[in-house]
Ligand binder design. Structure first.
Ligand code: BV8
Ligand code: ZN
Length: 239
């Protein structure tokens, strides 16, 4: 009986179209805290206060302080072997779609090409008043930042709880999950929707679904293979 890793290697080599769903866990080995589990943000912070429109309206300076702190940490971080393994897998695969819940931009910095960012980007800043969007990698000194066009208050260009995901991105992700032969689910607790719903879509369409995570998730018993361990170790071993 081949090991799970061997079976997954086989399945990857036969797959014509591969989709990947990543979450905060793939950036853990780059030193970026996750949201749940050991050291996670939500262990000591409330997502309602920091990642919701209500929280931002109530205390924009607090929310921006948290986002700017994360921006500084991410700017110092580097893509890890897990991110790089997905770049190599994309190079080898005819049809490859990387669906990420992460806003850190590490997949793009690693060199991934076809990336669907379900929850936006921490490097995007959007004016609440006129909607103008800009990319700004610099250290923000004035929090909240002010729109140069209309002096309106600016917010992080991310999707908060209770907000709709970008329509085109979500439908492209759904299509990739529906049409892939194999879905890799890497570093996500699979508790946030509609992102986690990509796993249901792939399962319903009889894709091979592989969970790569040191811990179990609500989908562990439904997926085809579970590989228990850190993505930075397991992904390169699958190439
Ligand atoms: C929506 C912002 C339609 C960006 C995030 C009530 C009202 C409104 C909505 C809801 C509601 N009740 C439920 C909902 C739906 C809600 C939801 O799903 N809630 C959950 C909590 C139940 N979803 C939404 O609100 C979404 N919008 O539904 O709109 C709507 C509109 C109005 C009214 C109704 C519906 C919007 C969701 C997006 C929220 N924004 N972030 C940012 O600042 O980052 S979510 C946040 O969680 C991040 O984006 C993060 O990516 C995401 C998911 O977390 P994970 O990535 O899974 O990370 P986590 O830490 O949880 O897990 C890490 C995993 O990695 C663990 O399993 C760990 O074991 C593993 N790991 C650790 N180390 C490693 C590793 N794996 C591999 N290698 C390692 N080394
Ligand atoms: Zn403006």
């Amino acid at each position: 009986m081949p090991s799970n890793a061997e079976a997954v290697r086989q399945a990857l080599s036969h797959a014509e179209s591969i989709a990947v769903l990543t979450g905060a866990g793939i950036s853990a080995e780059s030193g970026i805290p996750t949201f749940r589990g050991a050291g996670g943000y939500w262990n000591h912070l409330r997502f309602e206060d920091l990642a919701s429109p209500q929280g931002f309206a109530a205390n924009p300076k607090l929310v921006w302080t948290w986002y700017e702190e994360r921006r500084r940490d991410i700017a110092k971080a580097k893509p890890n072997a897990g991110h790089l393994a997905l770049v190599e897998l994309e190079r080898r695969t005819k049809a490859f779609t990387l669906i990420t819940q992460n806003v850190d931009g590490l997949h793009e910095r690693a060199g991934s090409q076809n990336v669907l960012r379900l929850h936006g980007s921490i490097w995007t800043i959007r004016c609440e008043k006129c909607g103008a969007e800009r990319t700004d990698l610099s250290e923000l000194t004035e929090l909240p930042p002010v729109c140069v066009n209309c002096q309106g208050r600016e917010r992080p260009g991310v999707v908060w709880f209770g907000e709709m995901l970008p329509e085109q991105v979500l439908s492209a992700a759904g299509k990739a999950a529906r049409t892939c032969d194999l879905l890799l689910v890497v570093g996500t607790a699979a508790q946030v929707y509609p992102a986690a719903g990509m796993i249901d879509i792939a399962l319903e369409h009889h894709a091979v679904v592989v969970e790569i995570n040191p811990d179990a998730t609500p989908y562990s018993d439904e997926v085809t293979y579970t590989l228990r361990g850190p993505a930075g170790e397991l992904l390169p071993n699958l190439l």
